[in-house]
Design a protein. Structure first.
Length: 616
């Protein structure tokens, strides 16, 4: 093995998939002058990019790509738009041939924040080219070993390249090699035991199919179509102990990604782990999907026997980091894989930036972000507890979707948009909030899910809750609502958006929803039972606390513009702009660039006639 002749890297990223590429670009944009190396066996020309899942963006991952990585135009020009989430439960399990055989929740409007369905192979190829152009040094090879030293010393990665085995040294070493778990295995940093992952024991089979007959999906289309394309949403199909995604990954060729997440307590791996078994399963249980697949050409198939895992540590004081699927993955139900990756990447960039500046707070900040990301990871894990019990039941599941969307749109999206998740004092409050809401059997989410199971067991009819409707809750509420007007007023500066307002309102509606569920389960007296009182007390406490926080924040930002740079531009405009009626003279050019005729002065400014403005 030879040591690389090249000087030491500031940052070395192992793996150029979604996470590694985004991390590299983020660092190049946010920390100028950094020397970043990116290692992957597949270079920009590689034809054999393995089949990847993780196509669907949601608000946070989409915002990360277009705001943080400045890829908005690229996304518009190269990837399909996404119109929210649709959900389908068969009316009868033995009749699933057409869309009319299902009960639905449809997204019926355009999303408040744009989102996209990615073609992963294309995205990664394009981003790698962009990274190389920005100055990221790409090393084509496979990491075969790593060496981690204490924080004062350098770390290193040993890479098998075309020229042989080479060792590269670096200050910061990032594992973005997905399920190879390069650091996870070496440092015993992985958690895979379902008991420690809120009971998640799932596998996944999926395929990509090209050239499908879209009409099979649209036939007998739901009349409430509204302004959203249903085909360009993420369509979820349900049955007992499983759910299936259907995601368009190409606009031109009508290619789809279709895959199942199955709970092994209901469907064994051995019953679904081949292409033939998966297709047979669909033919029997979700005929409409089987017919769509049959109408096109299957490109590939993959089975993953275990999806869920987490890490014990993500941002280490020894300057190693795990991001993307190398760090964690729970269930793709809400497409949060890339969301977790995005938050992790932002934390890593911020730590590296502070360390490079020699900021004395860098280490404390590193420890805080590590704890924040671990905590966020637990939150995203907990929302999948008891999934196996509820997925196939349209009543229970529609209540869950409603409930979980309150957290998403009311708390998590505003936190990310306002960059609250990088603010140390807010993170402390977030820890406390998540303990009440997500931890332990008496937490708010566990109590809510337990009530749903109780309703199932007692055969109570809950009815369907539709998270797009505004007539199922007081004051015309639905969970899609964003509580602060940050988009209209461009409150894009850090902490300008009032995230506490969203949290307060969300807590209010969580209380109402829980109350409704308790009444369904136990009648009006259900509200007076100790467990209800305990939960309402917690919620009231948090409601009052966040009300105070909301008003303190309002006071702190009073008179401050939502976006200083934007306001400065407007101020400059107001003070300096004057309408100038002149047109600058022009002349048609000869092919060699010379004016066509010296004598042609028809548009000389002194000869030009400027017409009076025409009356309306
Ligand atoms: C079934 C399923 C469905 C999902 N659906 C969604 C979704 O819809 N939306 C969403 O947001 N997320 C989804 N996810 C999560 C998403 O797929 C992951 O978050 C994402 O793919 C992670 O990307 P990554 O870059 O971490 O890993 P990968 O994409 O696996 O990239 C790893 C890279 O490391 C390279 N590599 C491997 N070994 C080495 C080595 N030894 N040396 C150097 N390089 C190496 C590989 O070549 C590869 O390029 C889903 C996950 C699963 C399992």
């Amino acid at each position: 093995m030879k040591k690389s002749d090249s000087p030491v890297f500031d940052v070395l990223i192992m793996g150029a998939g979604f996470a590694g590429l985004c991390q590299a670009r983020h660092l190049m944009l946010k920390v100028p002058g950094l020397r970043v190396g990116l290692i992957d066996p597949k270079g920009p020309e590689a034809e054999n990019r393995q089949m990847k899942v993780g196509e669907s963006l949601v608000e946070i991952s989409a915002m990360f790509l277009y705001k943080e990585l400045e890829l908005h135009e690229y996304l518009i020009e190269n990837h399909a738009p996404k119109y929210g989430l649709n959900f389908h439960w068969p009316k009868r399990v033995d009749q699933t041939k057409t869309i009319d055989d299902y009960y639905h929740i449809w997204t019926n409007g355009s999303p408040d924040l744009p989102s996209y369905q990615l073609n992963r192979a294309k995205f990664e190829k394009d981003l790698l080219e962009m990274c190389i152009e920005m100055g990221v040094e790409f090393i084509e090879g496979k990491v075969v070993d790593t060496e981690i030293n204490s924080k004062e010393e350098l770390n290193s990665a040993t890479v098998r390249t075309h020229e042989g085995i080479v060792e590269f040294q670096t200050h910061h070493l990032i594992d973005a090699a997905g399920r190879k778990f390069l650091l996870g295995k070496k440092l015993d940093n992985l958690i895979t035991d379902p008991e420690k992952l809120a009971g998640l024991d799932t596998g996944s089979a999926w395929l990509r199919v090209d050239g499908v007959e879209r009409e099979l999906f649209e036939k007998e289309r739901d009349p409430t179509n509204g302004s959203a394309s249903h085909y360009y949403g993420t369509n979820h199909w349900f049955g007992n102990g499983y759910w299936i995604w259907m995601i368009p990954i190409e606009t031109g060729s009508r290619a789809l990604s279709i895959g199942i997440v199955h709970h092994k307590s209901v469907i064994k791996s051995s019953d679904i782990n081949s292409r033939a078994k998966f297709l047979a399963f669909l033919k029997a249980n979700q005929r409409i999907l089987f017919d769509m697949i049959e109408s096109g050409e299957v490109l590939d198939f993959k089975y993953l026997p275990r999806i869920a895992h987490a890490s014990k540590e993500m941002l280490s004081e020894d300057q190693w980091y795990v991001i993307g699927e190398a760090a964690n993955m729970f269930d793709p139900f809400y497409s949060t894989g890339l969301v977790l990756a995005a938050q992790n990447i932002e934390g890593v960039t911020e730590v590296i930036r502070l360390k490079r500046e020699g900021n004395e707070l860098a280490d404390a900040r590193r420890a805080l972000y590590d704890e924040y990301i671990l905590q966020a990871s637990r939150v995203y894990n907990r929302v999948y507890q008891r999934h196996a019990e509820h997925l196939g039941d349209a009543n229970a599941m529609s209540w869950r979707i409603y409930f979980e969307s309150i957290f998403w749109f009311g708390i998590l999206v505003p936190m990310f948009a306002g960059k609250w998740h990088l603010e140390p004092d807010f993170i402390g409050q977030f820890f406390k909030l998540t303990r009440t809401f997500f931890h332990g059997p008496r937490s708010v989410v566990s109590s809510f899910y337990a009530e749903l199971s109780a309703a199932q067991e007692s055969g109570k009819k809950l009815g369907m809750l539709n998270y797009t409707r505004t007539d199922q809750m007081p004051f015309g509420y639905n969970p899609l609502r964003l509580w602060d007007d940050f988009r209209q007023n461009s409150k894009y500066e850090k902490r300008r958006l009032n995230a506490l307002k969203g949290i307060r309102k969300s807590i209010f509606y969580i209380g109402i929803l829980y109350g409704k569920l308790r009444i369904k389960n136990g009648g009006i007296y259900g509200l007076l039972e100790p467990r209800s009182i305990r939960l309402f007390t917690k919620l009231t406490g948090w409601f009052l606390y966040t009300t105070m926080g909301e008003w303190i924040h309002r006071w702190e930002v009073r008179g401050r513009p939502g976006h200083t740079r934007f306001l400065e531009q407007e101020k400059h405009f107001s003070e300096n702009y004057e309408f100038d009626r002149r047109l600058i003279p022009w002349a048609e050019e000869e092919p060699d660039g010379a004016p066509k005729s010296e004598t042609d002065s028809s548009n000389k400014i002194e000869n030009r006639h400027v017409p009076e403005a025409a009356p309306y």
